[in-house]
Unconditional design. Structure first.
Length: 321
């Protein structure tokens, strides 16, 4: 298939392009910068240079690529991951205005399918209990802070834009709600490695917040499965098999690196220093991947954070060798 990847040079884009090329697909990678051309060409992709906010140019490169499938992986997060609310503003715009432009351009170029990246944060900040959230769970309509609400709203706009195009018969639109992505090459993980080694990543309160993670390679394999087997108009949670408390995740992260045990910081103090971190890391987001397993025939190579984090240790040993 001819596949157009928007966000091809990002943390998610690079491993996906590698998989697509290895699977025999003809890939065009979108980048805003001519300087990223050598990277994409080294991966075996054709290069399209355009800004997603310039609708005219975006439409031109899509018509030239003539893709059957468009993949939307556009984000604008800092290299070491978001640390404050302002770090999310660029991604919010990509998920609203950028998604609209990409859907319009894909449809006009005759693309058959569009697969878009969303995030499990659309389930919100008011969940309770330990039952994993499924795609049928009610979505967030309110968040505890306006700047968190804007992030949730941007995810919801992205999903509705893609799914409404599917309902209208313009595209086979489907959405992947990724868990929190980690692994070597993911900026947030690389930044976390440095902070954990220097004991600058504290455990907040009792560490009872629950997140659902997905290794970067498993996120790529799930995206490939959605391209090939996903159903139009559907949403799939892309997470591993085991939601985990921040206490267990961070403690194991430090053990894998041979780093000191993280120190504990009172939650009230963290709220004063970083309200974003306090709210995000205390959130409860246990999420189920049952639908993706059932309908996409997908299985994570790293079913829990323990197997996934082990790759950080093996990578470190390889670099030392």
């Amino acid at each position: 298939m001819r596949i157009f990847v928007a966000g091809a040079t990002g943390a998610m884009g690079v491993p996906l392009v590698k998989r697509l090329v290895a699977a025999g697909h003809q890939v065009t990678g979108l980048t805003r910068s001519e300087s990223k051309r050598p990277l994409l060409e080294s991966l075996g992709a054709t290069v399209a240079v355009a800004d997603v906010f310039e609708a005219g140019r975006l439409g031109t490169v899509l018509r030239e690529a003539r893709p059957e499938v468009v993949v939307h992986l556009l984000t604008a997060l800092p290299k070491t991951g978001p640390m404050r609310a302002a770090d999310l503003e660029g991604t919010n715009r990509l998920r609203t205005e950028g998604t609209k432009n990409l859907v319009e351009a894909a449809s006009s170029a005759g693309a058959r399918r569009l697969v878009a990246e969303s995030i499990v944060l659309v389930y919100g900040y008011d969940n309770s209990g330990s039952a994993p959230l499924t795609e049928e769970h009610p979505l967030a309509r309110t968040a505890p802070r306006p700047w968190l609400q804007s992030t949730v709203d941007a995810g919801l706009v992205l999903e509705e834009t893609v799914l409404s195009a599917a309902r209208a018969g313009r595209l086979e639109g489907l959405v992947l709600r990724y868990g929190f992505i980690y692994g070597a090459g993911a900026g947030s993980t690389d930044g976390m490695v440095d902070r954990v080694k220097k004991r600058r990543m504290p455990l907040l309160g009792d560490g009872s917040g629950v997140w659902s993670w997905i290794h970067i390679d498993d996120a790529a394999s799930a995206t490939l499965a959605a391209i090939e087997r996903g159903r139009s108009g559907e949403i799939y949670n892309v997470v591993d098999d085991e939601p985990v408390t921040w206490r267990d995740y961070l403690t194991h992260f430090a053990q894998v690196l041979g780093a000191p045990r993280p120190f504990q910081a009172p939650l009230w103090l963290v709220r004063l220093v970083s309200p974003y971190a306090a709210l995000s890391l205390s959130n409860l987001l246990p999420v189920s991947n049952a639908k993706a397993r059932r309908e996409l025939g997908w299985r994570p190579e790293y079913p829990t954070y323990r197997e996934g984090l082990a790759t950080l240790a093996s990578g470190a040993r390889a670099r030392k060798g």
